[in-house]
Design a protein around this ligand. Sequence first.
Ligand code: MSP
Length: 508
Amino acid sequence: MHITITTPLYYVNDKPHLGSTYTTIACDAFARYHRLIGNKVEFITGVDEHGQKIQRTAESKNIKPIEHCDSISKEYQDLWSQWFISNDHFVRTTSHQHIDLVERFFKKVNDNGDIRIGNQKGWYCVGCEEYKEVKANNNSPECPIHLTMLEWRDEENLFFCLSKYQKEIEKLVSDSSFIQPSTRRNEIINFVSKGLKDFSISRINVKWGIPVPGYKGHTFYVWFDALLGYISALSDNQQNIILEKGKLKGWPNAIHVIGKDILRFHAVYWPAMLMSAGLDIPQKVFGHGFLTREGLKMGKSLGNVLDPKELLDKYGDEPLRWFLLSDIKFGQDGDFQQKRFIELVNNDLANTIGNLLNRTLNMSRKWFNNSIPTDIDYNNDNELKVLAKSIINDSLVYYENLSFKEVCQLLIKLSSASNLYLNDKQPWKLIKDNNRIGEVSQYIYNVLESCRIIALLINPILPKISQEILRQLGYKNILNEWKDELKWGRLKEGTKLPIPKPILNRIE
Ligand code: MSP
């Protein structure tokens, strides 16, 4: 299967923070999982570079908007490579290719009769780049997300005739597989049921935007422009992307992973735009929760962000990946607390998984000539094999549903069960009895197999630790046929074992 996985295209008004890193890590795990099960993946991330917010940021720094965009865009690209993100595309909405696509897309929608001129009045949040609904008697409203004053606007804009798509969008959002997790669906169903209003897709006072062909003085509204970034990403190296149903690579098998703040744009406006242009709509929109600090959304505008670069330098990427994906249920909000982060990583990765691997490899090396034991019954029925089998099945389902926390919990369950298995069998006592060496071989082998399964299953979340565990197990055919390799009994008896080392140093 050929699929597309996207992060939002992040605004370049400021440098990246842990919130955007969170979405990107989750998408990375999801993309890695899909590659492992044999899918061809177009993993798209990138930046959203136009609009008033960015225009103002550049003005305040006294530099040209494009200079500002170049520098922040580079920060994002550098950061993703430092976080070991496996994206296949990085979109910049200032690229010629993207601008060309936006113009052609607009023409299609306009030719379809879905654009009209009108007047837009209302309260606008530049931080959200969105008009907000405000109670009639409120003359100084604030944005609930950014806690800044909204700005009054009254201007001529071009409108996209969203109202024409009421029936289609109602049908789409009531489909239980389209918006996930299901808790988010009701909010959108409710919004749609109030009746869809046409939305303005151009601005007349924003210079830093793509000019609307044929409408002098108008630039495209940043959201109309940005959503199309997902399509322009798919046109890498392909000058003339074909805007026709069924012709886009990796589309419509597409899943947009976003924060819950921008669900409406992805689940309502975007599908209607695609319908209007005669294109297929994506398969799924997953709206995850916010990372908070002291209960407030962590964000550039509130200035309460954690710097992913600093955290990376201090702790490394994989401990943070583990914390973000294992501590917070994907879909719900979660607070970042340093103390909890350190405890969790030390307990799970250093103590539970790390110790299991280390102690078992040490026993194997000591008693079996630096190798995996021999005389193994590969079909030996034992409790770890039974548990591993059910954990493999469940993990695949959880991965499919982006339930990363649940996968992590299962991996800790298998590690703990394997540690208990050793404590129960006490091979260090049995080894003293020459008649019981065969038993010891099998016990050690079973635990090493369990470590191999853990390493394979953890790969989408912690790719480096996964490879390191497999290397220490002397396991060569790494990740070629993942699903097949997940079958019990693939470690070869007698394989030489490299000298073990901690997979992670405890964080102090
Ligand atoms: N530019 C738009 C998206 C256009 S997509 C075609 C935008 N950009 S943004 O920089 O504001 O990024 C918003 C996204 O960043 C959220 O939807 C979420 O994915 C991520 N996050 C930003 N802050 C976050 C938290 N505090 N917590 C979790 N995710 C956060 O909106």
